[in-house]
Design a protein around this ligand. Structure first.
Ligand code: DGJ
Length: 739
C-alpha cells in the first residue's frame, strides 16, 4: 500500500467515524413537537439528556427542521442552570425557580430529571396526547409530562403525574402543572383581580425582569381576590383582532400559584400549579400524584380568535353538556331573601310562567328546624325542609310548580356549616377549625372537612336524598360562600397524615363527591355559585353546566365583567340574572342578561304593565336566538374599556343569523348619537343580510331600517350604526341572511 493510499483510507475511516459520531449524537437528541394547527411547542433533549423547550411559535412547514432549533439557542447559564428546562427540578445545579422540589425518603432534597421515553398517541383525528417520562438517575423517582393538544381549536391542556418507588413517602414541596418558556422580545400579562361583587377587574402590565406571581390561599375557591385566568401577549399588548396571544387558566378550584419570570436572557419562564403554600404533600411509594391542568388557547390573530377557540373547545370537549340546552329561570333570592312561605312561592311560579321562563329556582332559606335558616347565621348544614315555611315539603313545591308548567330547581351549600346548626353540634370533628383557637367566620359559617370520607358521604347524601325524594327536581344551584380560615383537619390528625395535605385533599375530596354525583345523575344541570365569581374553572365545569360569575348584577358593571369573562368562557356557561341592582331600565337589564344564560331575580308581578309586556317579549325573543348565544361564535366588536359604547355579536355556524348587542357605557359624555358605525366582524362577506332591531320597549320606534339589504362585505367593512344614545341606551339587532 502506498503512503497516499494509506492516507486516503485513513481519511475515509476518520470521516466515517465522525459521521457516525455526529449521527449518533443527533440520534441521541430527541425532538418532540407538540402541535396544534397554529402553534407548536418543541421540546428537545440536550447532550446530557435534559429536556428543554427550544421553540414555541408558529409550526414549521417541514417538521424535520424542528431538530435544528437548538442550534440557534444558547441558554446554559452557570449562574442559574437551565432556564428553558421543560420541567425544572431543584436541589442539584439548577438554581432558577423550580417546577418541582422534593424531599426524598432519606431526607435528601436533590432532584435531576432526565428524559427516558415518550409516546404520542392520537385519540381522534383532532386530539393528540403526548406523554414524556423523565427519571432521576439516583433515586427511583419519576415525572411524566402530559400534553393533550386539540389541533383545530389550538388548545393545549398540560399536567404532570409524579410517582416513585422509594422505601418511604417522598415529600413534594412544589409540584407544578406546567413549566413553559418563551423567547419573544416583550411580554404583556393581563390578570384579573377581584373582591366580592367586583370580580374580574382586568389589569395588563408589561413584564419586566424578575417574577410576577399571582396566587390564592383561600382554600375553597380560586377567584375571589386573584383569578387563575390570564392572557399572555407576545411582543406587544393584547388586542382583539391581531397579535400573538395565549389565553389560559389553571383549572383548579383551590389554592393556585402562577409565576411569570423574565429571566437573564429576557425570555419568559412561566410556571403554574397548585400553590405550594402550606401544602407539602407526602407521596406514598407507587402512588401517582396528578397535578391539575393548565389549559390554554393560542392565536396569532388576537384575543378574539383565541377566545373563540377556547369557547369551541370548552363546549365540545369540556363543559358538562356543553353542546346541550340550558334552563331559563326565575330565582327567588333577591325577590324574597329568607322571607318566604308556600303562598309566596306559588305566586312566583305564576310569575315564572308569565315571563315565559322554564324553571323556578328556590334559593337559600328552605331548611333547618331546630335552627331555622331565616338569616345567614343559622341552619346551614341541616338539610331538612323548614316545617313552618314549607309544611308540605319540597315534593309538594315541585308538583305545584309543575301545575303552573314550570320546572323546579333548588339551592344548596353542601360544603359549609353554621356553628348554629344541629350538624355542628353533632359533628364538630367534621368542621375545619383550629381546636385550640377561637373560630373565625366568613359569612357566619365554617367549611366542612372534605378530606374526611364520612363528610364526602354526607355531602353526596344531600344531593342524593334530594333526587331520591324528588326525582322531578330539575336543577341544583351549588353555592360556596366561605373560605378556609384556621386550616386544620381533625380527620388528617386522626389518620396521622400531615396537616399540609388539607388544601389539596379538600379539593380532591370535592372531586370524589362530584364524581359520585355525576355517576348517578349524569345529566341534571347544576350551577356553580360562590357568592360571586369564585369557582368558574374548567375542572369544576366537567361536573357543572354553568356558573354564577358575580353577585354584582348592576348591568353597566356587568357589561365590563361579562366582556372580560368572555375571554375565557363561552356564554352558555355564564348565568346572568335580571335583578334590581342599579338604576338602569328593565330593557337595559334584560338585554345585558341575555348575553349568557338568562334568568330573573325580581318580583315580576310588581313590574309595570309595559315592563311586563317588554319582559315577556324579550324572553320569547331570547328563546328564538338563545341557540346562537349558547352555541354560536362570539365577536367582541367595541370594547367598553376604551369606548363610550360596547358591542358584541353572536353568529351561528353557517353565518346566516347573528344577534348584536350594543350598550351605552359612558354616561358622562352626554352622547347624543353613536358617532361611528359598528363593524360586524364574523359575518360572511359573500352573503346578503337585513338588520332589524328587536327587544324594542313598548311604544318605541326603531331608527334602523329593516328593509335595507346589505352585503356581508359592507357590514363587515363599513358597518351599521346602532344609534345608541342617551334615549336608546341598549339596542339589540338581529341580522338575518336574505336569500
Ligand atoms: C350567594 C349567592 O351568590 C346568591 O345568589 C344567593 O344564592 C346567596 N348566596 C344565598 O345565600
Amino acid at each position: 500500500m502506498t503512503y497516499s493510499n494509506y492516507l486516503s483510507i485513513l481519511k475515509k475511516v476518520v470521516f466515517t467515524i465522525c459521521m457516525l459520531a455526529g449521527f449518533l449524537q443527533l440520534k441521541a437528541q430527541t425532538t418532540i413537537p407538540i402541535e396544534t394547527n397554529n402553534n407548536v411547542i418543541v421540546l428537545q433533549t440536550d447532550k446530557n439528556n435534559l429536556l428543554r423547550t427550544v421553540y414555541v411559535g408558529k409550526p414549521l412547514l417541514n417538521s424535520n427542521e424542528y431538530a435544528n432549533t437548538i442550534s440557534v439557542t444558547h441558554l446554559d447559564d452557570d449562574n442559574a442552570g437551565i432556564y428553558n428546562a421543560a420541567y425544572t427540578p431543584s436541589g442539584t445545579w439548577n438554581l432558577s425557580e423550580p417546577a418541582i422540589s422534593v424531599k426524598h425518603a432519606d431526607g435528601n432534597p436533590s432532584l435531576e430529571l432526565k428524559y427516558v421515553s415518550h409516546t404520542q398517541e392520537k385519540e381522534d383525528a383532532n386530539t393528540t396526547i403526548t406523554r414524556i417520562v423523565m427519571k432521576d438517575n439516583v433515586y427511583p423517582f419519576q415525572v411524566t409530562l402530559i400534553y393533550k393538544a386539540w389541533k383545530k381549536e389550538n388548545v393545549i391542556e398540560q399536567w404532570t403525574e409524579i410517582q416513585h418507588t422509594e422505601k418511604k413517602p417522598v415529600v413534594l414541596e412544589k409540584y407544578a402543572s406546567a413549566n413553559l418558556y418563551f423567547s419573544n422580545s416583550d411580554f404583556y400579562l393581563t390578570t384579573y383581580h377581584n373582591m366580592w361583587a367586583k370580580e374580574m377587574q382586568a389589569a395588563e402590565q408589561k413584564l419586566e425582569r424578575g417574577t410576577r406571581s399571582i396566587d390564592t390561599k383561600l382554600g375553597t375557591r380560586a377567584m375571589l381576590l386573584q383569578s387563575p385566568d390570564f392572557i399572555l401577549s407576545f411582543d406587544k399588548p393584547a388586542s382583539e383582532n391581531e397579535g400573538h396571544v395565549m389565553i389560559g387558566q389553571l383549572a383548579w378550584p383551590g389554592n393556585f400559584k402562577m409565576d411569570f419570570e423574565v429571566d437573564a436572557y429576557q425570555n419568559l419562564r412561566f410556571i403554574a400549579g397548585i400553590n405550594p403554600f402550606a401544602s407539602e404533600y407526602a407521596l406514598q411509594p407507587n402512588q401517582v400524584f396528578k397535578t391539575p391542568s393548565l389549559i390554554y388557547a393560542t392565536s396569532f390573530n388576537g384575543t378574539g380568535d383565541a377566545s373563540r377557540s377556547l369557547h369551541a373547545w370548552a363546549r365540545k370537549y369540556r363543559v358538562l353538556d356543553g353542546q346541550g340546552q340550558r334552563l331559563t329561570l326565575l330565582n327567588n333570592w333577591e325577590a324574597t331573601y329568607f322571607d318566604f312561605d308556600e303562598t309566596k312561592l306559588s305566586s312566583l311560579y305564576k310569575d315564572a310562567k308569565n315571563l315565559g321562563v322554564d324553571m323556578f329556582l328556590l334559593d337559600d332559606g328552605w331548611f333547618g328546624n331546630k335552627y331555622p335558616r331565616n338569616g345567614d347565621n343559622a341552619g346551614l348544614g341541616d338539610w331538612q325542609e323548614n316545617v313552618k315555611k314549607l309544611p308540605h315539603g319540597l315534593g309538594y313545591l315541585v308538583q305545584e310548580a309543575k301545575k303552573e308548567g314550570v320546572k323546579f330547581g333548588i339551592w344548596i351549600e353542601p360544603e359549609m356549616v353554621n356553628p348554629k346548626s344541629e350538624l355542628y353540634e353533632k359533628h364538630l370533628d367534621w368542621v375545619i377549625r383550629q381546636p385550640e383557637r377561637p373560630e373565625v367566620y366568613y359569612r357566619n359559617q365554617l367549611v366542612l372537612d372534605l378530606t374526611n370520607p364520612e363528610v364526602q358521604d354526607f355531602v353526596f347524601g344531600i344531593v342524593d336524598n334530594l333526587f331520591t325524594k324528588n326525582p322531578e327536581l330539575a336543577f341544583i344551584k351549588w353555592d360556596c360562600n366561605a373560605v378556609i380560615y384556621n386550616a386544620y383537619s381533625a380527620y388528617l390528625n386522626k389518620k396521622g397524615l400531615p396537616q399540609t395535605h388539607l388544601y389539596v385533599d379538600y379539593v380532591k375530596g370535592l372531586f370524589k363527591v362530584l364524581e359520585r354525583i355525576r355517576a348517578k345523575y349524569p345529566k341534571v344541570p347544576m350551577m356553580l355559585c360562590s357568592g360571586g365569581g369564585g369557582r368558574g374553572d374548567y375542572e369544576m365545569l366537567k361536573y357543572f353546566t354553568e356558573f354564577w360569575p358575580s353577585d354584582d348584577t348592576e348591568p353597566v358593571e356587568r357589561i365590563f365583567m361579562q366582556w372580560d369573562y368572555s375571554n375565557f368562557f363561552p356564554s352558555i356557561v355564564m348565568d346572568n340574572h335580571v335583578t334590581d341592582w342599579g338604576k338602569q331600565p328593565l330593557k337595559f337589564r334584560v338585554d345585558v342578561a341575555s348575553m349568557g344564560k338568562l334568568g330573573f331575580d325580581i318580583v315580576a308581578s310588581k313590574l309595570s304593565e309595559n315592563d311586563m309586556k317588554f319582559a315577556k317579549e324579550a324572553v320569547s325573543n331570547y328563546h328564538s336566538f338563545k341557540d346562537i348565544v349558547w352555541h354560536g361564535d362570539l365577536y367582541r366588536l367595541v370594547n367598553p374599556h376604551t369606548n363610550p359604547i360596547s358591542s358584541l355579536l353572536y353568529v351561528n355556524e353557517n353565518k346566516s343569523r347573528a344577534i348584536v348587542f350594543n350598550y351605552l357605557v359612558n354616561y358622562r359624555q352626554r352622547l347624543t348619537e353613536t358617532e361611528k358605525p359598528v363593524k360586524l366582524n364574523g359575518l360572511d362577506p359573500a352573503k346578503k343580510y337585513s338588520v332589524k332591531e328587536i327587544n324594542l320597549y313598548p311604544g318605541a320606534q326603531s331608527p334602523i331600517n329593516s328593509s335595507t339589504i346589505y352585503s356581508g362585505d359592507f357590514l363587515m367593512k363599513v358597518g351599521v350604526n346602532p344609534s345608541v344614545n342617551l334615549y336608546r341606551t341598549s339596542v339589540v339587532l338581529e341580522v338575518n341572511e336574505i336569500k
